[in-house]
Design a protein around this ligand. Structure first.
Ligand code: SR1
Ligand code: MG
Length: 423
């Protein structure tokens, strides 16, 4: 396949013929395309994902479709998201080496990326639903977030390069538009594509949609999301965008990448751990999940601690950008002022991440794109009761984010709500 042919979606049947002479793919998996085994495994909302296995190995072929797969061709979506995913992956690899799949090939016109087949990795969300305790995720994800968020910002980058990059990713308009609507607005009114577990949640949903404080807060956060072009975000860092083994963690799918507030990635990620926490009761049939719940709260604590420690380390050792220049602080012998500024920056991230986490919880229960943590709970009353607790938790941390001072406070709140009688 050359980049000059017009876009055409691949299929299991056509992939070997169309990519059979692709040198990057052949060198990874073997030249005999007639022996390739091809499976389509995409379970996300947007794209085609193929696993291709040949005589000498496997690879992933990911291709964007000109529409939202979850909804169909009534919702067109530009192919250029593949371009942003490719460029985000290259930056993430440079800033946090070993944290993303290796890229073998990119074809902009065909909107396809050929990349490393991560095996035996599975999607983190799936592992958490199964009740698996992964020992390294907090460390790996905390480091990934600190390194990518710090090194993609004006704390670290040459300002001319950062502004050029900001301009490049500013064109990721349609994917930002999805987040701006699906995350920040749709959950809080009766938007067309919304759904929720009904009738069980109807009362609570109506309450949340008339909650003035919550709606104002959600819009403040949307404002922050659109106006604070602070760093290159992953943009969709939930547990479905992370692949794991017991030892390894890799971040995938950064097609929503753009310059936004650091707290967005962290808040979205932690929200997904808290949602997993509230969903565990729905998966308890084969044994108690108390240990799993405790594990998830520990993961939250450790992820935030690792993030803070690594971000602080980078602040002290790599602060080469135009913000909080060393010439103003350390170079004048004022190390304490640099530490004061660090505390200030971390405090702002903390306050904002709670807000983003709260509304991420809401949109996964009230909006279009739900998550499997709750969706796979077949008993609707049980699912609704798990979801109701998560909704109350999300409302509390979003609205009260300026009055909450520690991660333990948030985890205690989660534990308290979990023990309450359900709706
Ligand atoms: C229409 S896309 C819905 C969601 O799927 C993606 O994974 C993002 O989270 C997006 O909000
Ligand atoms: Mg995705």
């Amino acid at each position: 396949m050359t980049g000059k042919l017009p876009f055409e979606a691949l299929s299991v049947e056509t992939l070997a013929t169309r990519l059979g002479t692709n040198e990057a793919l052949c060198s990874k998996i073997g030249k005999d395309a007639s022996a390739w085994k091809v499976r389509e495994v995409g379970d996300g909302n947007l794209n085609l994902v193929f696993i291709v296995e040949g005589a000498s190995g496997g690879a992933i072929v990911k291709q964007a479709l000109p529409y939202v797969r979850l909804v169909g061709d009534s919702w067109p979506l530009p192919l250029k998201r593949s371009f942003f995913e490719y460029h985000a992956l290259t930056r993430q690899e440079a800033r946090a080496p070993g944290s993303v799949p290796a890229i073998y090939y990119f074809d902009e016109v065909q909107a396809l990326i050929i990349m490393e087949y991560l095996s035996p990795h599975i999607i983190l969300r799936r592992a958490l639903i199964e009740g698996r305790q992964l020992p390294n995720i907090a460390r790996d994800i905390g480091l990934f977030m600190a390194r990518t968020l710090f090194r993609g910002s004006d704390l670290s980058m040459v300002t001319k390069e950062r502004k050029a990059d900001l301009a490049l990713f500013a064109d990721n308009v349609e994917l930002c538009d999805i987040t701006e609507n699906l995350v920040f607005s749709d959950p809080y009114f009766d938007a067309k594509m919304n759904r929720h577990t009904s009738p069980q949640l109807d009362g609570l949903v109506a309450e949340l949609r008339t909650d003035r404080d919550l709606k104002v807060e959600a819009q403040r956060l949307k404002h922050l999301f659109t106006a604070n072009a602070e760093t290159l975000l992953h943009g969709d860092l939930h547990s479905g965008s992370i692949m794991v083994t017991d030892q390894e963690t890799r971040m995938i799918d950064p097609e929503f990448a753009f310059y936004g507030p650091m707290a967005f990635d962290i808040g979205m990620l932690l929200a997904n751990f808290w949602m997993s926490f509230f969903s565990q009761r729905g998966h308890e049939q084969k044994g108690k999940r108390d240990a799993m719940r405790a594990y998830l709260l520990d993961v939250v604590v450790e992820t935030w601690a690792v993030f803070r420690a690594e971000f602080s380390h980078l602040w002290r050792t790599e602060r080469t950008g135009m913000l909080y220049q060393k010439s103003l602080f350390e170079d004048q012998g004022d190390i304490l002022a640099a530490e004061q500024a660090l505390d200030d920056v971390l405090h702002q991230i903390w306050t904002d991440l709670l807000g983003f986490a709260g509304i991420e919880v809401h949109r996964r229960i009230l909006g279009l794109a739900h998550n499997a943590d709750f969706e796979t709970i077949a008993d609707e009353d049980l699912r609704a009761s798990c979801e109701a607790k998560a909704l109350k938790f999300g409302r509390h941390i979003a609205v009260n984010r300026r009055q909450i001072h520690s991660i333990d406070e948030v985890n205690n709140l989660a534990a308290l709500i979990e023990q309450e009688n359900s709706i």
